[in-house]
Design a protein around this ligand. Structure first.
Ligand code: SAH
Length: 210
C-alpha cells in the first residue's frame, strides 16, 4: 500500500481558501483540518487533493470541490446530536466530514463499486463510521427517518417528495436544485427555501448500478 503523507502546507492553504469563500463555522473548518482528502481521491491525483477543485472519481462521477462541500455543510447548522442522511456518497469525503460533526450518518450511493470502497477509506482515514447503502437515494432511507438534516450531492430539477417526508420538523436540507444550491427548512407550517449560490453537479439518476 502506498501511503501519501498529508500535505500540511496544502491543507493549511485550503483552510484559508475556505475562509476567504465565507466558511466561518469553526466546527466545519476543524473537520476539514482532520479529514485527509488525499485518501479520498483516486490514486495518482493525491497531489491535487488540497486544491479547491472537483476531481474525477470512478464511474464518471466527481468528488465535489472542498468549498462546495463546506458551503453545503455549513448551511445545515449541524449539531453533535444530529442524524443526517446523505444522498450520493461518491468518494466518501463528505461522509467522512459528516462523521466528525454529527451523531449518526446514513449515506446512500447508487453505484455499488463506489460504496464498496468507502467503508475502508473511512476506517483508514481515522474517521467515524457511517451506515452505507447501495441504492436509489431518491427514495431516501425510510427505516431510519426522520433526519435532522439531508444533504444531496447530485443535481436535480425537483426535490424528491420522499426526502421532504423523511425530514424532521425543524430539519434542514441542502440540494443542488436547477443549478443553484438551495437550503430547504421544514417547519410545522410547511417548507421554506432559500437559494445559496450557483453550482454544478453530476445529475441525480434514478435506480442503481454496479
Ligand atoms: N459528495 C460526493 C459527490 C459525489 S458525485 C463526493 O464529494 O465524493 C454524486 C454522486 O451521486 C455520484 O457518486 C452518483 O453515483 C451519486 N448518485 C446519483 N444519483 C443517485 C441516486 N439516485 N441515489 C444515490 N446516489 C446517486
Amino acid at each position: 500500500m502506498v501511503i501519501v503523507e498529508i500535505d500540511e502546507r496544502g491543507a493549511q492553504r485550503l483552510i484559508e481558501t475556505l475562509k476567504s469563500k465565507g466558511i466561518k463555522d469553526e466546527r466545519v473548518l476543524e473537520a476539514f483540518r482532520k479529514v485527509p482528502r488525499h485518501m479520498f481521491v483516486p490514486g495518482g491525483l493525491e497531489h491535487k487533493a488540497y486544491y479547491d477543485s472537483a476531481l474525477p472519481i470512478p464511474g464518471g462521477q466527481t468528488i465535489s470541490a472542498p468549498s462546495t462541500v463546506a458551503t453545503m455543510i455549513q448551511a445545515l447548522h449541524l449539531t453533535p446530536r444530529d442524524k443526517v442522511l446523505e444522498v450520493g456518497t461518491g468518494s466518501g469525503f463528505q461522509t467522512a466530514l459528516l462523521t466528525r460533526l454529527v451523531a449518526e450518518v446514513y449515506s446512500i450511493e447508487r453505484n455499488l463499486t463506489l460504496v464498496n470502497e468507502v467503508m475502508d477509506r473511512l476506517i483508514q482515514s481515522g474517521c467515524g463510521t457511517a451506515h452505507l447503502r447501495a441504492g436509489d437515494g431518491i427514495q431516501g432511507w425510510s427505516e431510519y427517518a426522520p433526519y435532522d438534516a439531508i444533504i444531496l450531492s447530485a443535481g436535480t430539477d425537483g426535490i424528491p417528495k420522499q426526502l421532504l417526508e423523511q425530514l424532521n420538523v425543524g430539519g434542514r436540507m441542502v440540494i443542488p436544485l436547477k443549478g443553484c444550491l438551495t437550503l430547504v427548512v421544514k417547519s410545522a407550517q410547511g417548507f421554506r427555501s432559500r437559494e445559496l449560490t450557483e453550482c454544478r453537479f453530476v445529475p441525480l439518476l434514478p435506480g442503481h448500478s454496479s
